[in-house]
Design a protein around this ligand. Structure first.
Ligand code: BDR
Ligand code: CA
Length: 329
């Protein structure tokens, strides 16, 4: 059996690529998908997730809906500017209708039951706001031992994409992100936008996806609004498949190069709200200026592995190979 995986998601065009990547990979045991508000409201992210699993022939995978809003401060801004009116460039109708009923249980309940039932350690890949995962850790500390790694798409080492300082997923619920990333409760791998931008794919890659078969063509059909947004953001014709980069690491540990750093999340209400403050100073300098923090159980600032590099073409090829399947599973 391959990697046991649960994806927590807000589809989203790049979430669509990420879900398909996991759903089509034979070395992945996709246990479930949980949804969260984010790119579009929860009702749309949930419907999109269910339709994507239908596209991939994965009606065996349960889907449960989670948080409709952040933990503490309401945050009404969705990312229609990038993902279109329905979260999939206004093209969600190209996907098949969902085949499987939505779970009666909510996202946190489904996470708990899947973790409890799992035969061994499970990887969780949150690729939206971290609200469901923070709620899980707060309400069910006992499940921690079943979690192998939490591989998160989010954060920025340099500038943000939603504000000058903050990346969208962390900015959408900074208090939740701080709980997950700095609490020291579960091993986290953070895949920040600095690296996902470097993994951007071009028109040639997208054309290959389009020509690869029914699933590749359907995924490609979801990209027009997203591609238009990224043409402006990148300055050339391509897209950034942020969430698929994180899911690649979740299903093939080590495909991304990681380094361990102390981290904090700015939860103030000022201009850097939602910024991930990753301490990349030399350890010697850090020690000299240490004023030990008190965010975690141990009294130390949380440390996470941060993805800083990869074989860019290798990563692009890995994702394309797995999405370029003719019929799904
Ligand atoms: C992240 O924000 C969302 O718009 C994408 O789906 C991705 O998870 C990138 O900043
Ligand atoms: Ca996402």
């Amino acid at each position: 059996m391959g990697t046991r995986l649960i994806i927590d998601t807000d589809p989203g065009v790049d979430d669509a690529f990420a879900i398909a990547l996991a759903a089509l990979s034979e070395d992945v045991e996709l246990l479930g998908v949980t949804t969260v508000f984010g790119n579009v409201p929860l009702s749309a992210t949930t419907r999109n997730a269910r339709r994507l699993l239908s596209l991939c022939g994965r009606s065996d995978v349960p889907v449960a809906a989670g948080a409709q809003r952040p933990l503490v401060y309401p945050q009404p801004h969705r990312a229609h500017y990038a993902h279109g009116v329905d979260g999939l460039s206004g093209r969600s109708h190209v996907l098949p209708e969902p085949e499987r009923e939505l779970e009666q249980a909510g996202a946190v309940e489904l996470l708990v039951s899947l973790l409890d039932a799992a035969d061994g350690p499970v990887t969780i890949a949150p690729i939206g706001p971290l609200t469901n995962i923070a709620a899980l850790l707060a309400a069910h500390p006992g499940v921690r031992e079943k979690i192998d790694r939490v591989v998160i798409m989010g954060g920025a080492l340099g500038h943000g994409n939603t504000t000058a300082a903050a990346e969208f997923n962390i900015w959408s619920d900074p208090e939740a992100a701080r709980r997950v990333l700095t609490g020291g409760e579960v091993p986290c791998v953070l895949v920040p936008m600095d690296l996902t931008y470097r993994c951007a794919v071009d028109a040639e890659w997208l054309a290959k996806l389009n020509g690869s078969g029914q699933i590749g063509a359907a995924l490609h059909a979801l990209t027009p609004d997203y591609r238009e947004h990224y043409n402006r953001a990148l300055g050339w014709d391509g897209i950034v498949m942020h969430d698929a980069v994180a899911v690649a690491e979740a299903i093939k540990p080590g495909i991304l190069h990681t380094e361990t750093f102390p981290i904090d999340v700015d939860c103030t209400l000022g201009p850097s709200r939602g910024a991930t403050v990753v301490d990349r100073r030399r350890a010697e300098l850090r020690d000299d200026t240490d004023d030990t923090d008190v965010h975690s159980d141990t009294g130390e600032l949380g440390r996470v592995r941060v993805a800083t590099d990869t074989d860019l073409d290798g990563l692009r090829g890995f994702v394309l190979d797995r999405l370029a399947t003719v019929t799904g599973r």
